[in-house]
Structure formats: C-alpha cells, structure tokens
Design a protein around this ligand. Structure first.
Ligand code: FE2
Length: 297
C-alpha cells in the first residue's frame, strides 16, 4: 500500500510502499503521479534500480531527454545524465560535477523545458556520520501565491530570456574561482563552442500556468534567466534580485539529505533546485533522467 507523507510546508513528500524496480500497475502509477504533482517533490527510499529500470519508471511520465553534454551521458543509456565528481581510469570526469551551482530548473532554456527530473543516488558522501551534498528545492507556486496581487498582475505581463550560453559561461567562471580557492580539486571541462551554440536563447512568460495542476508559478531562475525583456540590464538585475530573494525564503524550501538508494523526483515547472558542493574529494554518484515538458509561450 502506498503511503504519502508530506515533509515540507509547501512541498516535498516521502512515498513509501512502492518498489520502483518493478513495473507499476496503472492504479499505483496514478497514485504516484498524483502525489508527485501535488507535492512538487517526492522521494522513495531504499530503492535498488538498474539504469534500465530507472528509465522504464520515468518514461511512464513522458518522453525522456538526452542531455546536451554528451560526455556526461551514461554509456549505453543516453537517457541517463551522470552527476559525479569521480574520475575514470584515465583521470577524466565520468559525469557532470558542476551541475546546480545556481537556483534553476532543468533545461529551462529550451523551448520545451523539462517537466520533471528524477535523481537516483548510487553513492553518497558521508563525513562524521552526516551525509553531504544536500539538494534544495524551492516552490515557485507557493512563492507566486505569497506575492501581493498588484505584483502578481505586473509579473503576468512580463517576459524573460533563458540562455544556456550565459549559464555555462557563468558556471564555468564560478568553477574556476573555486579551483583557485582550493575548494574543488577536480578539473571540469570548459564548455565547447558547439555546446554553447547548440541551444538558442528562449524568451518566455515570467508566469506559467502548470499544465497539470493549473497552479501559477514563476518561471525565472538565477541559473538560466539572462534578463527580463523590455527593461535595461540594470533594472532587470535589480528586479530579478528581489524576486530571487522572495522565491528562496526558507518557508518555500525543502532540503533533501540523501541516502544511497533514494529516487527523488521534482517538478521542473513548479520548483527550482540548487546543489551543494561540500563533499569534494569524497565520491558522489547520481543518475538523472529527465522528462520533456510542453512548449513554453
Ligand atoms: Fe538541475
């Protein structure tokens, strides 16, 4: 029997009583999907999944994406994006280790941004008995709801541009700074010209209506939004800073402390997320699958 236990104030729930390595019958899947969209972030503990089983489960929600960064895909399973600070026998990174430095939602710079992402934890760094590398999630539906009506109406007329190019350059600059300060010990790949050119900038509404829950949410994020349309860069920076501060208040956040065998899914339309890099050089290995969402307007 499925049990859903809400953990955070506005988001985050643990689902127990489900073995994701087995195909779910339609009734069970419907309960999982309903709990997922209602809670925006859900997790299942103590799972034991092969890459093929993770792919099979997440594919129930829609079409899976293969990430722009081909070097970080899992061999034989293009749908799995590897997040890790581990190195292969030749000293090369086996996955992306810089993902999630800023608040963001996955692939939000695409015309069809992700609907959801699922992260399966294979290896979790632990120090003095405490798991490191927490991931934080912020509900943009709760943040939108909490705004004054005048602000809601103003934002509904605004648009913003998401830029993969600006994100990668900003991320890489931050990473090099970490290396200079000795925080990170592993060299990351610089973004290639092909990667930077492969995803055009996308303009979209600041306020989105969630296609499943019909909740309104803020579809701007620190990682990918380059600017708000129709104002100067300085005005845009100031306006975005205020909105980001509002969206990331503690009451809108659920922080996840990982255990090996967790399968955690988040709604990329309703929430944003952010990683922490407090564990290097302890090894961490995660597998991500991502389901494509509907086109933005
Ligand atoms: Fe992410």
């Amino acid at each position: 029997m499925i049990t859903v236990t809400r953990i955070g104030k506005h988001l985050g729930a643990e689902i127990s009583g489900v073995d994701l390595s087995q195909p779910l019958d339609d009734n069970t899947f419907a309960q999982v999907a309903a709990a997922f969209f209602d809670n925006e972030v859900v997790y299942f503990r103590n799972q034991s999944l092969t890459p093929a089983q993770q792919i099979a489960f997440t594919r129930r929600f829609g079409v899976l994406e293969a990430h722009v960064r081909k070097e970080s895909r899992l061999g034989g399973h293009d749908e799995i994006f590897v997040l890790s600070n581990k190195l292969d026998a030749n000293g090369k990174a086996i996955g992306a280790q810089d993902a999630g430095r800023f608040w963001h939602s996955d692939l939000s710079y695409k015309r069809e941004p992700s609907m959801l992402s699922a992260l399966y934890s294979v290896e979790i760094p632990v120090k003095d008995g405490i798991a490191l590398g927490n991931t934080y999630f912020a509900s943009t539906t709760a943040a939108f709801n909490a705004l004054p009506d005048t602000m809601k109406q103003r934002l509904e007329h605004m648009r913003n541009v998401h830029s993969y190019r600006e994100y990668r350059l900003k991320n890489y600059a931050g990473q090099q700074e970490d290396e200079r300060r000795g925080i990170r010990t592993v060299q990351e790949h610089a973004p290639t010209p092909e990667q930077l050119a492969s995803v055009p900038d996308t303009e979209m509404n600041v306020v989105r209506v969630h296609p499943v829950t019909q909740r309104k949410c803020l579809f701007i994020n620190e990682g990918h939004t380059s600017h708000l349309t129709g104002m100067s860069r300085a005005e845009s920076v100031a306006e975005l800073a205020k909105l980001y501060a509002h969206m990331t208040q503690p009451e809108f956040i659920y922080g996840h402390s990982w255990r090996p065998g967790d399968l955690l899914m988040w709604d990329n339309i309703a929430v944003q997320h952010k990683a922490t890099f407090d564990y290097d050089p302890l090894p961490r290995l995660m597998y991500r699958t991502t389901v494509r969402g509907p086109a933005v307007i």
